[in-house]
Design a protein around this ligand. Structure first.
Ligand code: DQA
Length: 147
């Protein structure tokens, strides 16, 4: 079983970027932690980050043919305005879960609205890096697999 974890714009800056909001840990630590969790529960977790919308779209389009059964995505700021990303999520058959490190509902007004979440099976926000781990378990549960 293979799961894809996508991180969007500015998430390569984790650890340096607004640590009061996003914490002190890096993207590398996040991805390493997820791969380890995958190994423990016997699934293959592959991570990809890009600052480019098109690269994220390409990964979504290709996810199923590459053998992924689910996608976890933190679209960063694209969450709030990218209809192209929303359409890419809608275009694919495999389930997608949206994750946000911060509680987007407790921040600026513009962060409360997600254009992408309606095409996802659910959204997890406000639990830091742990939200991605929650999403892995939620995806397993959704797919009817143990993990
Ligand atoms: C974020 C929240 C977004 O509003 C912001 O633009 C990000 C990160 C989060 O993980 O909390 O880049 O997606």
């Amino acid at each position: 079983m293979k799961m894809l974890v996508l991180n969007g714009p500015n998430l390569n800056m984790l650890g340096k970027r607004e640590p009061g909001i996003y914490g002190n840990n890096t993207l590398h630590q996040l991805e390493e932690g997820l791969v380890n969790i995958g190994q423990k529960i016997g699934i293959d977790i592959v991570c990809f980050q890009s600052n480019y919308e098109g690269a994220l779209l390409d990964h979504l389009h290709q996810a199923e043919e590459k053998g992924f059964e689910g996608v976890i995505i933190n679209p960063g700021a694209l969450t709030h305005y990218s209809i192209a990303l929303r359409d890419a999520i809608a275009a694919i058959k495999i389930p997608v879960i949206e994750v946000h490190i911060s509680n987007v509902h407790a921040r600026e007004e513009f962060r409360k609205h997600s254009v992408t979440a309606p095409e996802c099976i659910g959204q997890i926000a406000g639990f830091g890096f742990y939200g991605y781990e929650m999403a892995v378990h939620a995806m397993m549960n959704y797919l009817g697999k143990r993990g």
